[in-house]
Design a protein around this ligand. Structure first.
Ligand SMILES: Cc1cc2nc3c(=O)[nH]c(=O)nc-3n(C[C@H](O)[C@H](O)[C@H](O)COP(=O)(O)OP(=O)(O)OC[C@H]3O[C@@H](n4cnc5c(N)ncnc54)[C@H](O)[C@@H]3O)c2cc1C
Ligand code: FES
Length: 279
């Protein structure tokens, strides 16, 4: 059981939860994630360790409401409630080294996981240029936190309602054309990471991405999170979630993400049905 100490709305459809979890906070490292189960009958879902405070014994989760479990968490769980299971930290931590200049790209809810990585990379002396992108202004969050760990922050929105109009690959390409970028980290929707990887490959700059396949156990047992990297099968939960973006089979990942759409829709409809009964 882990108690929710604070819940706040960050922007449209995205919430921040501060959760009591001292043993996780004391071991957390950038790039890692958790598997949570809201209640006895809940499904297991992966969420990134977006932030933590070892002294306070708390972890921060940032959740975008996209389907049954994330809607249930953001609509039915609040301060004082307890999450049934919180397992972690899981996954291989980010390889934090002094690379030189690192461009950190966060797209959509990917802004949350890119933050602790940018912070860790900055703390060992890298120059950090962060690109944060969203479809619209009301889907942006944590810009102040990103600014605090970046030497330069570029913000894009698809519709131009805040920052630069366009997608994150445009400033990324310009930075690579200008030269002097030693490494890229990109986290966001699979399609965004795919196109960042294509740009990085064009310029021969190494790129790390954090893959988001469907997961169940998060410990390498069920095989549902399998991805193909450099022609080999890897389990994102234990071999990743971070991989060399230039080597990922993106089409396979995108196809596997869509595999259970019917079941996901049915689960959401059943959940919304129980909401109606409550009204
Ligand atoms: C390592 C890892 C870390 C993650 N960290 C976060 C996080 O910090 N915050 C957050 O909001 N989400 C995060 N996710 C995604 C999150 O786990 C899914 O959004 C969640 O499992 C969806 O469950 P659901 O029942 O609400 O929706 P579902 O009904 O399962 O799915 C609804 C929609 O979301 C899509 N979807 C389902 N699973 C994923 C997935 N793994 N990635 C992307 N889209 C998915 C489906 O294709 C469908 O379109 C992470 C995923 C992974 C693998
Ligand atoms: S989630 Fe089961 S093997 Fe990775």
């Amino acid at each position: 059981m882990a108690k929710i100490l604070k819940k706040s709305a960050l922007c449209t459809g995205i919430w921040e939860f501060i959760v009591e979890a001292p043993s996780i906070a004391s071991k957390a490292r950038a790039g890692q994630f958790l598997i949570i189960r809201l209640h006895e009958k809940g499904e297991r879902i992966p969420l990134t360790l977006a932030d933590w405070d070892e002294g306070e014994g708390t972890i921060t989760l940032v959740v975008q409401a996209v389907g049954k479990s994330t809607r249930e968490m953001t609509e039915r769980f609040g301060e004082g409630d307890e999450i049934r299971d919180v397992v972690g930290p899981l996954g291989t931590p980010s390889e934090i080294e002094r690379y030189g200049t690192v461009v950190c790209v966060g797209g959509g809810v990917g802004i949350a996981p890119i933050y602790p990585i940018a912070r860790a990379l900055k703390s060992v002396g890298n120059r950090i240029v962060t690109i944060a992108g969203a479809r619209r202004k009301d889907l942006l969050f944590w810009l102040d936190k990103l600014e605090g760990v970046s030497d330069e922050l570029i913000v894009t929105t698809d519709d131009g309602s805040f920052g630069r109009k366009g997608v994150v690959t445009e400033p990324l390409k310009e930075l690579l054309q200008a030269g002097g970028v030693d490494r890229i980290w990109a986290i966001g929707p699979a399609v965004m990471m795919k196109f960042c990887s294509l740009v990085a490959r064009e310029f021969g700059v190494p790129i790390v991405v954090s893959l988001n396949p469907i997961m169940i156990d998060g410990t390498g047992m069920c095989g549902v999170c399998r991805v193909e990297v450099a022609g080999e099968t890897k389990f994102a939960c234990v071999d990743g979630p971070e991989f060399d973006g230039a080597q990922v089979n993106w089409d396979l990942l995108l196809a596997r993400l869509a595999m259970y759409r019917d079941l996901e829709e049915r689960a959401l409809k059943a959940y919304l049905g129980t909401m109606e009964e409550r009204v």
